[in-house]
Design a protein. Structure first.
Length: 267
């Protein structure tokens, strides 16, 4: 309602179809949830309301400002847009994260994640180029002094791909993990983010795991680790492993960097 630029038919059709599928996915997955409304749902509803307000109020304020004759042809930098350049997109991410939480399904969180990536790498850069062409120095001055709310600070590129190893029910198991980061120097601390995976069972049972950093020669094996689950597939013999000679290492599956090209960390 409030957007001034014209929409192309391909853009209109794409967004209409995608949003329909997204809303259907939320309804389908959430509708199958038999649990009673609890804290997670309440948080999801609050996020949905907060995100809706951020998005709609920011757009409406700009719309009202643009209706004034003295503001025609000028860049809107007031209200919530004085806090962040793309705060309306931030509202989108917040409200869809809220919707995803109400489904009680981790898989639904991929929707706001994909939206964030789309905003960061496609929509926002394209919009910034358009605004710079239209408003010139006015936009460049605005961009210099205003935060860009595209969540870019939450990502470090390139992100490493590692192989996490654990012993599950007496067998070595490996999985590919993209979310890993050093979080402290002394003492050395690393953080990994795992969804609901078979590997977690071994980590929970033994309180030990390994982080293996593969080189390009292990690309195929790393990809395979990410495609198949240890719950259905035995990955214990996928890599050459060092003999487990130390008791403290007996529950950590790791890759032999003498035979397979990987550096390993033990936790």
């Amino acid at each position: 309602m409030f957007q001034k630029r014209k929409w192309s038919w391909p853009e209109t059709i794409t967004i209409t179809v995608l949003m329909s599928l997204v809303v259907y996915a939320f309804a389908k997955v959430g509708g199958n949830n038999k649990l009673v409304v609890g804290v997670i749902e309440v948080i999801g509803i609050l996020l949905y309301l907060a995100g809706s307000y951020i998005n709609t109020h920011s757009e409406y304020s700009r719309h009202v400002w643009k209706l004034k004759a003295e503001n025609r042809g000028r860049l809107y930098t007031e209200g919530s847009f004085s806090l962040a350049m793309h705060i309306n997109y931030f509202g989108d991410i917040v409200l869809f994260t809220g919707l995803a939480l109400t489904t009680r399904s981790l898989s639904m969180l991929t929707i706001p994640l994909i939206m964030s990536v789309n905003f960061i790498f496609y929509i926002i850069p394209s919009l910034d180029r358009y605004l710079e062409r239209k408003y010139g120095d006015e936009f460049r001055d605005y961009a210099k002094k205003t935060k860009k709310n595209d969540n870019g600070a939450a990502f470090l590129y390139p992100m490493p791909m590692v192989i996490v190893g654990s012993v599950v029910e007496g067998k070595s198991n490996f999985m590919a993990v993209g979310w890993v980061s050093r979080v402290n120097f002394k003492p050395p601390l690393f953080a990994i983010a795992l969804g609901p995976h078979h590997t977690n069972k071994g980590i929970d049972e033994n309180r030990e795991f390994s982080i293996n950093i593969p080189d390009v020669s292990l690309m195929e094996k790393t990809d395979y680790c990410g495609l198949v689950s240890g719950k259905q597939t035995d990955k214990s013999e996928l890599f050459n492993r060092l003999p487990l000679t130390f008791a403290l290492l007996e529950n950590r599956s790791f890759i032999n960097d003498g035979m397979d090209a990987a550096r390993s960390l033990y936790f």
